[in-house]
Each structure stands twice: as C-alpha cells, then as structure tokens.
Ligand binder design. Sequence first.
Ligand code: THU
Length: 131
Amino acid sequence: MRHLDIDWAVLRDRAVAAAAHAYAPYSGLRVGAAALCADGSVVVGCNVENASYGLAMCAECTMAGQLRLSGGERFVAVACRSGSGELLMPCGRCRQILYELGGPDCLVDTPRGALPLADVLPDAFGPEHLP
Ligand code: THU
C-alpha cells in the first residue's frame, strides 16, 4: 500500500459533520465516523436507529457500506465523534466490522492516541480463521 498521510484533524471534523446526519431519536446520541481509505479518499457514516431498538445501525456500519459503495478499498484510519465533538470509541461489534475491512494495522483515534486495531481488538477473529 502506498504511504498515506493521516490528517486526524480532518477525520475528526468529518466525523462531527457526519453526526449531524444521524437518525437518533431514541438514544439522542448522534454519532459520526470518518475513515481514510487506502485509495486516499475519506468515507463517513452516521448512526441510524430504529423503533425496534436493537436494530440500530452504528455510524461505523453505515460507513462500511460507504467504503464498499465508493470503491475506497480498505480502512486505513478511523475517527468516531459525537455531534458535539466528543471522542467515542467504536463499540465491540464495530471494532469487528472495522477489522474485517481494515485489518489489524488500521488505526483508531482513541483517548490514548492513534492505536492499531490489533491493540483495541486483541486476538481478533478474522477471515484468516475460516477454513
Ligand atoms: N453507536 C455508534 O454509532 N457507534 C458506536 O460504536 C457505539 C454506539 C450508536 C448506536 C446508537 O444509535 C447510539 O450510539 C447509542 O448507543
């Protein structure tokens, strides 16, 4: 993969902007996600909730769809923010989704700085474990 400069300030801003599009009438928590992709593009997502509460789609999930739709290839670096700009860590399910499409080296914006997914989802189950 060619070297990509990661502009975290841009990713964080894009995540906050994406959160403005969230549909979160039940939790009231607007979430936005933004990722630098391997082709150099940036994709975003927002959470989309449902009256059947458990069916809520996280911002990272809708962003995964955007990665595929845009042809961005792979996630390289991911930032998640609330609509008010607070850093949010991807939930466990979303870490798994990011792992599928970004792998262990994909960087995540965390309270401890940028960390690889291998650190925030250690010993992950992945495609390599399937027969
Ligand atoms: N949420 C996300 O969008 N991403 C996460 O990683 C954690 C949680 C959303 C789901 C739900 O709409 C709201 O936050 C409250 O849980």
